[in-house]
Every structure is written in C-alpha cells, then in structure tokens.
Design a protein. Structure first.
Ligand code: IMP
Length: 191
C-alpha cells in the first residue's frame, strides 16, 4: 500500500510476539478461568489472536472467556489526552473474575490507567494488562503491564487494529505512514 513508509512489525513478528504472550499467560493462569477483556476497536485483532493462541497451546489448563469494552479519547490525532470516555461497557460483570485487559498499544499510559481504575473498582479477583506494543518514551503515569508483546519505536504506527483517522486498521502488519498522509487536526478521535 502506497501510504506506507516502512513496515515496523511484520505478520510473523506479530504472531511470534502473541505466541510468547500466550505461553506466559498459560503458565501464570494454569487451572484458572481468565477473561480476556479487549479494548475496542484497536485491540480487536490482538484479543482474537491471543485468545485463539492461548486456547490452542497444547496442555494448557486455562479456560479463556472473551469480553470487550470500547473507549474514546479526546486529543490530537497522534496522541491521547487522557480524557478517556467509556463508550461501551463489558457485557458481563467482572466481579470475582480474573481479568486480563488486552490493549493494542500503550503510549502515555492514561488510557490503561483509566481502565485499571474503573475496572479495579468492580472487585475482580485479579486484574492485569497484556499489551501488544509498548511505547515507553512518553509515559505520563506509571501503569503496570504484565505482558508486553514488543517495544515499539517512538513513531505513530498503524495496522493490526491501529488506525489513523479510522483508516489502516485492517492492515495485517504494523507500519509507519508516509508523513504526507498526516493532516493537522485537533478534533476528537475514536480509539
Ligand atoms: P495512551 O493513552 O497514550 O497510552 O494511548 C493509548 C491509545 O492511544 C491506544 O489504545 C491507541 O488507540 C492510541 N495510540 C497510541 N499510540 C498510537 C499509535 O502509534 N498509533 C495508533 N494509535 C495509537
């Protein structure tokens, strides 16, 4: 696709990272039921692939359940402001459940912090985060991430769920866009 400058993480690299995360989760949650709680829309693919990989690990004794919520954030089109809003809640109560929040990417950390505070107040049995891509360079809050797929360069990336103005989410790899694609915009963005 001509809008792409470079592929940052290829499909095999993403699969390998998800496999590593799934193996660690299978070990840590052995004998337990875990709710993978995907944060829409960005974490749609990582949640689906992580759930299937986890379930397919031979000898795994983890029972996997799926749920989703959706948030939106106000900020410019490249960075969330931390003013996060819940736009769709989970379909089941998480009280007493082992919850693993699944995120596509963490940058300043405000979105994940918001979710951990919100969901932590609902008395889950445990709560951790699994994130495919970590951008640790601009963190504004300290937020624990138990499972990290890969460290992402300090670039705005798209693909594998990540969008720029709702485009490029369905690319099977993670890539950097050509700079000409970006337009100055100071509006609300759905994440
Ligand atoms: P944070 O609140 O800055 O940690 O950002 C979390 C959310 O911002 C992610 O769930 C993404 O939706 C979005 N985001 C952060 N970095 C990128 C990026 O490089 N590309 C696309 N979306 C991003």
């Amino acid at each position: 696709m001509t809008d792409i400058e470079t592929v940052i993480f290829s499909e095999p690299e993403i699969s390998a990272a998800i496999r590593r995360m799934a193996e660690a989760i299978a070990c840590d949650y052995a004998g337990k039921t875990v709710v993978l709680l995907g944060v829409l829309k960005g974490a749609l693919f990582v949640t689906a692939d992580l759930a299937r990989t986890l379930t397919g690990i031979s000898g795994s004794t983890v029972e996997v359940r799926l749920d989703f919520l959706a948030v939106s954030s106000y900020g410019n089109s490249h960075r969330s402001s931390g003013e996060v809003r819940l736009v769709q809640d989970t379909s089941h109560s998480i009280e007493g459940k082992h919850v693993l929040i699944v995120e596509d990417i963490v940058d300043n950390g405000l979105t994940l912090k918001y979710l951990m505070t919100l969901l932590g107040g609902r008395a889950p049995a445990s709560m951790r985060a699994a994130v495919l891509l970590d951008k640790p360079y601009n963190r504004r809050v300290d937020v624990p991430i138990e499972y990290v797929g890969m460290t992402c360069p300090d670039e705005f990336v798209v693909g594998y769920g990540l969008d720029y103005q709702e485009r490029y989410r369905t690319l099977p790899y993670v890539a950097k866009l050509r700079s000409e694609i970006f337009t100055p915009l100071g509006e609300s963005v759905a994440i």
